[in-house]
Design a protein around this ligand. Structure first.
Ligand code: GUN
Length: 281
């Protein structure tokens, strides 16, 4: 039987509608500052989409576009200004940054309680120790999509393909927190299929078009595709969707799977950041 296709857009719409009603009833609006350095076309699309969605839910959003040659010091100064701005509850510096800028340094210059990406070492440390405060939005989206199927995560074999700090590593930790048995595959893994064939839950986040083929997937598995790859002008995921959907139990499409939920999770994180600010954390 072909897989059930998980409609990320529909799930995201529901979450965003809930957030919109909540924000409508608030006197002070949740504020997000987005910083984009340079003119990477993919980053431009992601940032515009975050900005548009944030405005749709009637939050306060300010965007800062900086030249690709901006100095590290000028970027640090902007983050400091945003850290000190009470209207801004969440700060997002879009990655990747140009090579001359130290990404780790910039990311960690954001105050942890304004770090709506959950990328600072402080927030990743909280995640690692099972005391999550603000967790990376894409990783939260992956968990949300898995949970939307209604399957029990506890005790399942989960395989994450990809080990980025933004997705692979946090997803693995979050699945572990839910008591799955987790394996992480990466570019140096000897035989990826050997691992993925055992996965009840398979998360593809390697950034390689159609890396996951039908032969690599266990029958009935939940397959979450985080990949966004441009091939011949078309966006495709890391999973060979057309063939894998014939064997999987559930599968997310690209586009329309993880992407929309990621933005909804970012909005949720911004509301949470606002609550943290109110509590003086
Ligand atoms: N680049 C790719 N994904 C992300 C993300 O979720 N947040 C930021 N800041 N940059 C990204």
């Amino acid at each position: 039987m072909p897989a059930k296709i998980i409609d990320g857009k529909k799930i995201a719409e529901k979450i965003l509608n809930g957030l919109k009603s909540k924000i409508k009833s608030m006197k002070e609006k949740p504020g997000l500052a987005i910083v984009l350095v340079g003119d990477n076309p993919a980053s431009e699309i992601y940032v515009s989409s975050k900005e548009k969605t944030f405005k749709e839910v009637e939050g306060y959003c300010e965007r800062h576009n900086l030249d690709k040659d901006v100095s590290e010091m000028d970027l640090l100064n902007l983050v400091t200004k945003l850290n000190n701005n009470p209207k801004v509850h969440g700060i997002l510096v879009q990655l990747p940054l140009p090579k001359h800028i130290n990404e780790h340094l910039i990311t960690n210059s954001i105050l942890p309680h304004k770090d709506v990406d959950g990328f600072t070492s402080v927030n990743l440390g909280h995640l690692m120790s099972g005391n999550t405060i603000l967790a990376p939005a894409t990783a939260r989206a992956v968990l949300n999509l898995i949970e939307s199927t209604g399957i029990e995560i506890e005790g399942k074999n989960a395989v994450v393909v990809g080990r980025s700090n933004i997705v692979g590593k946090p997803v693995a930790i979050m699945l572990l927190e839910k008591n799955a048995t987790v394996a992480v595959c990466h570019s140096k893994t000897k035989n990826i299929a050997e691992h993925t064939k055992k996965a009840d839950i398979l998360v593809a986040a390697a950034g390689k078009p159609k890396l996951i083929t039908r032969e690599m997937v266990k029958e009935g598995a939940v397959v979450i595709d985080v990949g966004i790859n441009r091939v011949n002008g078309k966006i495709v995921g890391d999973v060979d969707f057309e063939n894998v959907k014939e064997i999987a139990g559930y599968i997310t499409p690209v586009p329309g799977g993880v992407g929309p939920i990621t933005i909804a999770m970012l909005m949720e994180n911004t509301l949470k950041a606002m609550e943290l600010a109110k509590k003086g954390i």
